[in-house]
Ligand binder design. Structure first.
Ligand code: OTU
Length: 643
């Protein structure tokens, strides 16, 4: 591999052979094939550089990389004409996800719609909401019983037969695309299920596939690794390893559940095999791939085995693979880690978009403390991203809420991170006096005192307490923030109808000990029927969100993600500015102000004196005189167009 040019040329020769066959068969036109070659020339050398850095340069690595060239051409040849047209559209507008009308939604196929056919019938509702991005929770073939909500994948090429077939998923992606909705699916690349074909072969002792996983003959290496690794699901098993089978002396790396075997990405064959699975998914019409648990990809003795440089290189290699063979495809990073580490995954050459776990967690932190200080700091200082990338701003996901703020940021404000997290866990699980939240604890680890929180947005925000109105306001406020800081807002479907926790989650034999199922309820038929009735909680949340979304689409300044902080000079308020162009093309700013307290507050005229006096309050379409200051009722938000 020391001779990059020779490897690139050999790989290209393999690709060329396939391209010629494709052109001869009339599957693709010559100009398109030439375009493929142009992309190959642009990205394959960069890929080889990364490979060399990651895997070294022995002959085996070189031969894997030569074969990959042909595989890329083959995969691209299997891409439908529709997707190749999308590739061209996206290359003209690569940062489509930064437009102000983008709106994401996420749901479980089975829980939300029964199956893929049911989901297709709900497309009109997705349109009613204005979705442009739909993340279907993993719906692949999985083991029976507990399969971590689909995150234990038995085959990347098969859909769970209980919800449909891969053909149906591909068709659905086309139907969605026709309506301007991009399909998002998970790429669960850190681990497979223990009944994946590769895992079965490894268990049977096949040396090729044993090397696809981290398998050791005894406890020596597992003990050594576990000295420095973190326990992620301590309720499931201690440490990071599990016996390969009951009675088997071998141990296999399982960061998450014992049935989720971590792939050995230090093996270049895993890279090639997983690149193939990834392109297969892209060719089914997945426009965004959610890179699950991306921080855990690389392991090295004596380290935490999280967010190592090689984890980034792997994603960068896969990015190059897509640039060549499925160029419309973009990656979403799921790294729910320290904010300094989260941003390291976000780059046009790595993951173009990423969850924004810090803003999510601090929104809940602000609602609990009734203080906007940490959230305000984070928005002002940690929001900036490279051009061509974006945050996915969410209020909650299918997972627990972890308090991933930086202790240093908190300390600067006189807050002790450890105690603050304990307070937040107590507050959201209802153990704190007068808490408005109805949440459930997740993975409490007595060794470290660490825990996280589960619950739907409505339940956590207080719609089920004595003051449901305040709960409704908090739901809207949290979403109003996610919709206006810049990036793609993501709704957890059901939250728009104020769906509360599933009261029966503990009864499920497979999942009853995983409290995340408290916030993964079935489709809310009643709430859905009430969505236009403003006398109901679901109706008020639905109408309120629709209003926010309708206005958002008209706020031209919300295009892109530029943001400047704003100090409202009141600790109960959050403020930030979105500079841009007003609808007439004049430079302007939209000043967003939110009150997270249970009492009204005011931004004083002096604080606003840098702006012209006249402001347009966009959410209620009123003219304000900033010389009067701005009043904010409890749990309210304003978007002010100022100059
Ligand atoms: C992800 O989350 C998924 O979102 C979970 O639903 C899965 O259970 C898990 O991976 C395994 O596939 O620990 O509590 O970033 O926070 O990757 C959720 C680190 C998780 C982890 C995250 C993981």
């Amino acid at each position: 591999l020391n001779n990059t040019t020779a490897v690139v040329e050999a790989a290209k020769a393999g690709a060329l052979q396939h391209l010629e066959a494709l052109v001869a068969a009339g599957t693709v036109q010559e100009p398109e094939a030439l375009d493929f070659l142009r992309r190959f020339d642009l990205h394959y050398p960069a890929l080889i550089d990364l490979v060399r850095r990651t895997y070294g340069s022995d002959g085996h690595v070189a031969s894997v990389m030569v074969d990959l060239g042909a595989a890329l051409a083959r995969s691209w040849g299997e891409r439908s004409a529709d997707l190749r047209a999308l590739d061209r559209r996206r290359s003209d507008a690569p940062d489509w996800f930064l437009a102000r009308d983008q709106l994401g939604g996420v749901c479980y196929v089975d829980r939300w719609a029964g199956n893929l056919a049911g989901l297709r019938e709900r497309i009109p509702y997705l349109e009613e909401l204005g979705l442009t991005y739909l993340h279907l929770m993993p719906a692949f073939a999985v083991p029976d019983g507990n399969n971590d909500g689909g995150y234990a994948v038995s085959s990347y090429r098969h859909v769970d037969p209980r919800v449909g077939t891969m053909e149906e998923l591909a068709e659905l992606s086309g139907d969605l695309r026709e309506r301007g909705i991009s399909l998002v699916v998970d790429f669960v690349l850190n681990h497979t299920a223990n009944d994946h074909e590769w895992a079965k072969a490894a268990r049977a002792g096949d040396p090729k596939y044993q090397n696809y996983y981290w398998i050791y003959p005894d406890r020596q290496m597992p003990d050594a690794f576990e000295r420095t690794t973190r326990e992620i699901f301590p309720d499931d098993h201690p440490g990071s390893f599990t016996p390969v089978a009951p009675g088997d002396p071998r141990w296999v790396w399982t960061t998450f559940h014992d049935f989720q075997w971590d792939l050995n990405w230090t093996n270049p064959e895993v890279l090639a095999a997983m690149a193939g699975e990834m392109l297969f998914l892209a060719n089914q019409g997945a426009e965004v791939l959610r890179f699950d648990a991306v921080a855990f990809l690389w392991k090295e003795l004596g380290t935490s085995c999280e967010s190592l440089p090689q984890a980034h290189w792997i994603v960068q290699m896969l990015n190059r693979v897509c640039r060549i063979a499925a160029p419309a495809t973009i990656f979403k990073s799921e790294a729910i880690v320290h904010p300094d580490e989260v941003v390291q995954y976000i780059h046009p050459d790595e993951c173009q978009i990423s969850y924004n776990p810090l803003q999510m967690a601090l929104t809940w932190e602000a609602l609990a403390t009734r203080k906007g200080v940490l959230l305000n700091d984070a928005i002002a200082e940690r929001h900036g991203l490279p051009p061509g990338t974006a945050w996915v701003n969410y209020v909650r996901s299918h997972d627990d809420i972890g308090w991933t703020f930086s202790d240093e940021d908190a300390a600067r404000r006189g807050i002790d991170g450890y105690h603050h997290r304990r307070f937040l866990n107590d507050f959201y699980t209802g153990r704190f006096p007068d808490s408005f939240a109805d949440g459930v604890a997740f993975q409490y680890n007595p060794k470290t005192g660490d825990a996280r929180v589960c619950g739907t947005t409505a339940s956590l925000a207080g719609t089920t307490t004595d003051h449901p109105s305040d709960g409704v306001d908090r739901v809207l406020l949290a979403h109003g923030i996610a919709m206006s800081t810049g990036g793609l807002p993501l709704l957890y479907l059901g939250d728009e109808l104020a769906q509360t926790n599933d009261p029966d989650w503990r009864l499920d034999p497979a999942n009853g000990n995983d409290s995340r199922w408290a916030h993964r309820p079935y489709f809310p038929e009643t709430g859905y029927a009430q969505r236009t009735d403003s006398t109901t909680v679901p109706g008020r949340v639905f109408q309120g969100l629709k209003h926010l979304l309708t206005v958002r689409e008209q706020v031209t300044e919300f295009d892109g993600a530029d943001l400047i902080g704003f100090d409202p000079r009141n600790e109960h308020l959050v403020g930030y500015q979105r500079p841009g162009l007003d609808p007439e093309g004049w430079p302007s700013v939209v000043l967003c102000l939110a009150n997270v307290d249970d009492h009204p507050h005011r931004v004083e005229a002096l604080t606003l004196s840098g702006f012209e006096r006249e402001a347009v309050s966009l959410l209620d379409d009123k003219i304000l005189d900033l010389a009067q200051g701005v009043d904010l009722p409890s749990h309210s938000m304003v978007w002010l167009r100022v100059y």
